[in-house]
Structure formats: structure tokens, C-alpha cells
Design a protein around this ligand. Structure first.
Ligand code: ATP
Length: 199
């Protein structure tokens, strides 16, 4: 599995559609300060489901949408598409090439898609989590983050290891199931109360 290409449109400083083609091996992005190198990494994290505006160096999620410059009006939506080569079947989906995309509208709506079909954030997380590309993006080490890992609390460090080992996916499923069980128990309690009232 390797990342094949990334297309960014209306995301942060990338107003026009811009495509990065990655060859197998190492890719280096070079450029002057403030030219948008970190925005490329932010786009990668974002399309893979990142939910933290702060992680993306913004105040709120809407800040990822191109905000305009002196010569160009702000845009109404940000869209990032990532194409992954899956010829080795590392992703649990029967396609040799997988495209995931995420769109955010300034008006508030948000959309995800897998190979062009509408998907939920959960589907993207499930698809990627076995590949080591997890929700918390520990595969993306941003500037200053190495320091964070080195000084992490034992709990946080355990989280990093759990994610790398693919355990986090099962923990997430367990939490989801426990929430459903709680809701079902609440319904049962209510039903019992109603039955008592009627009897
Ligand atoms: P450095 O080398 O200093 O870390 P960099 O090349 O990584 O810089 P980035 O941090 O990726 O640069 O890009 C910063 C630029 O992106 C700034 O000029 C900022 O104004 C611009 N930018 C960020 N968010 C938006 C947005 N929503 N709309 C327009 N421009 C944005």
C-alpha cells in the first residue's frame, strides 16, 4: 500500500485544485516559509478523518476552507481527495485503488466518500485503521510533535502503541457497543415502568 496522489481544492492556501503525485519511496516537499508545506500534511490528516481543528492548526473546522487573499475571494468549500494504491490488499476493500474524499461546506455540511460513493466518517476510520493510518494520526509527525511523544504521559504512550498495534479500532467498537447497550437498558427500564403503571 502506498499513497498515490493527493488533490487539494479550496483547502487552506490551496484555492485552485492542486494534485500531488507520490511515487513509491520518499517524497520531499520543499518551499519557502509560509508557502503551504504544512498545509499539505494537514490536508492528508484531514482527508483521513482528523476531527481536531487545533491539530489542523486552526480555531474551528471551517478555518480549513480557503479564506481568500487580497486578489482572490474566499471559497465556499474545501475538498481533499486521497488516492491509495491497494494492490497488496492492505486495506480491507476489494479495489486495487482506493479513493477517499472529504468535503466541507462553509454553510455547514460535510461529506465523505469512498471510491465516489457517499460514506460516513466511521467507514473511513474503519477502512484505514487496519493499515496503521489511524484516527489520531500518529503516523503523521508534525513540527514539534516528536517532543510531545517523548514527553507523553504513560496513558498517552499506551494510546500510541494501541493505535500502532490496531487495538484502538476494537476499543472504539467496544465503546460504541457499550453505548448501545446503555441506551437499550434505558429503554427496557422505561418499558418496565410503563408495564407497572398499566398493571
Ligand atoms: P513553515 O515552513 O514556516 O512551517 P509552511 O510552508 O509549512 O511554513 P504553512 O504553514 O503550510 O506553510 O502555510 C501557511 C500559509 O497558509 C499562511 O500563509 C496562511 O495564511 C495560509 N493559510 C492557512 N489557512 C488558510 C486559509 N483558510 N485560507 C487561506 N490561506 C490560508
Amino acid at each position: 500500500m502506498h499513497l498515490k496522489s493527493l488533490t487539494i481544492r479550496g483547502f487552506k492556501s490551496f484555492a485552485s485544485a492542486t494534485t500531488f503525485d507520490f511515487e513509491p519511496g520518499v517524497t520531499a516537499v520543499v518551499g519557502p516559509n509560509g508557502s503551504g508545506k504544512s498545509n499539505v500534511v494537514d490536508a492528508l490528516a484531514w482527508v483521513m478523518g482528523e476531527q481536531g481543528a487545533k491539530t489542523l492548526r486552526g480555531g474551528k473546522m471551517e478555518d480549513v476552507i480557503f479564506a481568500g487573499t487580497s486578489g482572490r475571494a474566499p471559497l465556499g468549500r474545501a475538498q481533499v481527495t486521497l488516492t491509495i494504491d491497494n494492490t497488496d490488499g492492505a486495506l480491507p476493500i476489494e479495489y486495487a485503488e482506493v479513493t477517499i474524499s472529504r468535503t466541507l461546506f462553509r454553510s455547514g455540511g460535510s461529506e465523505y466518500a469512498i471510491n465516489g460513493s457517499p460514506a460516513r466518517l466511521f467507514d473511513i476510520q474503519e477502512l484505514l485503521s487496519d493499515s496503521g493510518l489511524g484516527r489520531e494520526m500518529h503516523v503523521i509527525v508534525g513540527q514539534g510533535q516528536l517532543d510531545r511523544v517523548l514527553h507523553a504521559t504513560p496513558e498517552d504512550r499506551r494510546g500510541f502503541i494501541e493505535e500502532a498495534a490496531g487495538i484502538l479500532k476494537h476499543r472504539r467498537r467496544k465503546e460504541k457497543t457499550l453505548r448501545k447497550l446503555d441506551a437499550t437498558q434505558a429503554n427496557l427500564d422505561r418499558l418496565e415502568d410503563l408495564t407497572k403503571e398499566i398493571a
